[in-house]
Write a protein that binds this ligand. Structure first.
Ligand SMILES: Cc1cc2nc3c(=O)[nH]c(=O)nc-3n(C[C@H](O)[C@H](O)[C@H](O)COP(=O)(O)OP(=O)(O)OC[C@H]3O[C@@H](n4cnc5c(N)ncnc54)[C@H](O)[C@@H]3O)c2cc1C
Length: 394
């Protein structure tokens, strides 16, 4: 297995780094490049961040792996990954939802109308999407979702509730999975719709997570959707939802942010004294930080296995589960170590002037818990590894 990048790929990485350096000089850069927002830093939830996406588009970084007939460049998916890794490392918004999951699903299954309407807007970074899958009784067991879509003439009328929809408070369009048939096996009665987020029948209310990440619940009250905003075929939604996850395999799994946090911790340990000596000279802290350094390399290799399998057109389900499980739990261990090492003052929140590292670790301690749930909980990742990787019974 060769985990190195080719010369062309290394050249591309250098080009992206230079682009980011240029962008850091522009007004609003503090908002665009902000790793301290933790998981939230991947979102395009401000005008500065959306303007940055438009500059990414102008520079030709959106839709690189789409076919040329759709305005893309026909490049391998690895380039989307390399771009995202650089963006994630500096806390900039990521490409993925629009270009990866929704764009690629529309290319594979969408009608001409949906392709013509949405693909150019995605490529030009003109629209943001929210993904409406989870519901109060359907998270890990997503196929149990109950939001109902009834056919009424040529339209569909949606009623029910979605839960945990990140981005619903600023997105333009909602990519929604709904139940269109209750008389078949649960995963066979689901369809996907595109709904404008400003539809009068939608009510969005905030859920503030313990990690300061805003997500939302969304209520549907007779939301009428014209028939041509059904994606692909009726009752094929489960296939599209699963496929969309595959399309994201190059863009979802970045390892850069955890390395950035580790480097920030090392700096803090060098610059914080206890009993007249920097914490970095404390033998117990050195031993613990060395262990984390080894674990980080393990996380990087697990992530490279996802990329390596994806490059070979394999679906890296087990590799992705191992990486998600290991890296998000490692994020928690890193925050835990930082809090232990920096001492009781590290419990102070960023609002307090005395908070070490401006409260970064107290925030990270809370936010990393959320990372182990969103996108599939740690327990669910373990189930995938046991069942699909080890062949153990369900
Ligand atoms: C910050 C955040 C943002 C999110 N953003 C979105 C979004 O934009 N769009 C969207 O659709 N969803 C989103 N989600 C939802 C996320 O995908 C779900 O929270 C996740 O899949 C878990 O589902 P649940 O919360 O319903 O928990 P449940 O599935 O009810 O699980 C509860 C507990 O039971 C455990 N559990 C469940 N099933 C099993 C099992 N078979 N074996 C062992 N243990 C099990 C879980 O690990 C968990 O500890 C987001 C979640 C969070 C926290």
């Amino acid at each position: 297995m060769d985990f190195r990048f080719s010369e062309r790929e290394e050249h591309f990485i250098a080009e992206v780094k230079a682009f980011i350096e240029e962008q850091k000089q522009l007004p609003g850069a503090d908002d665009v490049f902000n790793p301290n927002r933790e998981a939230d830093s991947s979102l395009s939830d401000s005008e500065e961040r959306r303007a940055f996406n438009r500059r990414l588009s102008k520079a030709g970084y959106l839709g690189m792996s789409w076919g040329e007939q759709y305005g893309g460049q026909g490049k391998e998916g690895i380039y989307d990954y390399l771009l995202n890794e650089e963006l994630a490392t500096v806390g900039a918004p990521l490409i993925g939802k629009g270009v990866g999951c929704i764009g690629k699903t529309l290319i594979a299954h969408g009608s001409e109308k949906l392709k013509q309407e949405f693909l150019p807007q995605i490529l030009n970074a003109e629209i943001e999407f929210a993904l409406g899958y989870s519901e109060p009784s359907a998270g890990s067991d997503l196929a149990s979702l109950r939001l109902k879509a009834d056919a009424v003439g040529d339209d569909w009328v949606l009623n029910g509730q979605k839960m945990w929809t990140t981005s619903a408070h600023f997105a333009d369009w909602y990519w929604v999975a709904a139940r269109t048939d209750t008389n078949v096996a649960k995963h066979k009665g689901i369809s996907v719709f595109l709904v404008p987020m400003n539809h009068p029948g939608l009510t969005v209310t905030a859920i503030e997570t313990m990690g300061d990440h805003r997500t939302n619940q969304v209520f549907f009250d007779n939301v009428t959707v014209p028939g041509d905003y059904l994606v692909g075929e009726v009752n094929k939604g489960w296939l599209y939802v699963c496929e969309a996850l595959d399309y994201e395999r190059f863009t979802l799994y970045t390892v850069g942010p955890i390395f950035s946090k580790f480097n920030a911790l090392i700096e803090s340990l060098k610059n914080t004294e206890r009993n007249g000596k920097p914490l970095s000279e404390h033998p117990i802290i050195r031993s613990k930080i060395a262990s984390i350094a080894a674990e980080l390399e393990a996380a990087k290799m697990l992530q490279r296995r996802v990329i390596s399998a994806a490059r070979k057109e394999q679906v890296p389900t087990v590799e992705a589960a191992m990486y998600k499980l290991y890296s998000t739990e490692l994020g928690r261990r890193l925050a835990n170590l930082a809090m232990d090492a920096l001492g009781p003052m590290s419990l102070l929140r960023h609002e307090s002037e005395d908070a070490p590292a401006h409260g970064k670790w107290e925030h990270s301690y809370r936010a990393t818990v959320v990372d182990t749930i969103g996108g599939g909980s740690s327990e669910v990742q373990k189930n995938i590894i046991a069942r699909r990787g080890l062949g153990l019974p369900s």
